[in-house]
Design a protein around this ligand. Structure first.
Ligand SMILES: [Zn+2]
Length: 263
């Protein structure tokens, strides 16, 4: 056998071998494991822009922010926001996805914001809060995520603060405890109106999702008043959630924050 023949045979063997690998066991294909974002260590929020390559996480209009009340622009147009939540809206399921506890809803609840209609998609919790008011971080922030037919996003945000017992305990009984990676089918109606504070005054600005892909052009509506939770309720939520699931404060970069108040 000439050296050339040996070379050709060797090449054929390699090619056959690699074909077998492709069609056969997929495990033999080595791939760098993807780094998944988190709230701690190497994959914490400070590194999201780097590890989530095609995201907006390094953008100029990111959330959350520190709202300095004296710097907000007062506006008299609270009517920009109309909430149409019905007591009959059905919760599909609740899930602890390792980043938060999240509820998913059937189509039904919606809001109107600046003349566009947005449908409620899901509600989830952050512990402690992501947005800060005059440097103060509340124990809980609840995000109501809404999407329009044109895929535009509006998030309503309510802070939770410790105080007297609220109706939330009944609500919690329906789904807690829920462990990391666990989801529960619910499929019955719930009235979300009790999650709203009495005063409808709110702060608003243009920001982003606070988790990758950190999509920008999100309308933020942040209620000024807090929802009161009992100490036990706050503890119960803390025991059932991924802790410290908040993103660090993002620079305003010249954006305006409005204070929308009732006449
Ligand atoms: Zn959120």
């Amino acid at each position: 056998m000439s050296k050339n023949t040996i070379f050709v045979l060797f090449t054929i063997l390699i090619v056959l071998g690699s074909c077998k690998n492709e069609t056969g066991s997929k495990q033999s294909v080595k791939k760098e494991p993807e780094k998944h974002w988190s709230y701690q260590g190497e994959t914490s929020p400070e590194n999201w822009a780097e590890i989530e390559k095609n995201s907006d996480c390094g953008g100029k209009s990111q959330s959350p922010i520190n709202i300095i009340v004296d710097h907000t622009v007062p506006v008299n147009n609270i009517d920009n926001l109309k909430v149409f939540y019905s007591p009959e809206t059905v919760i599909n399921k609740v899930e602890n996805n390792g980043h938060t506890i999240q509820f998913e809803f059937n189509l039904g609840d919606s809001i109107q914001y600046k003349n566009d209609v947005y449908h409620l998609k899901q509600v989830h919790f952050h512990e402690p809060a992501e947005h800060i008011i005059n440097g103060i971080r509340y124990p809980i922030e609840i995000h109501f995520v809404h999407k329009s037919d044109q895929d535009k996003l509006t998030v309503l945000s309510v802070f939770g603060e410790e105080g007297e017992v609220s109706r939330l305990s009944v609500f919690f009984k329906t789904f807690l405890p829920i462990k990391n990676g666990e989801s529960k089918e619910i499929n019955y109606p719930i009235d979300l109106s009790f999650l709203y504070p009495k005063s409808k005054d709110f702060y608003s600005y243009s920001g982003s999702l606070t988790t990758p892909p950190c999509t920008e052009n999100v309308n933020w509506v942040i209620f000024k008043d807090q929802l009161i939770l009992s100490y036990d309720q706050v503890l119960k939520l803390k025991d059932n959630m991924p802790l410290n699931n908040y993103r660090n404060e993002q620079p305003l970069n010249g954006r305006k924050v409005y204070f929308n108040y009732e006449k």
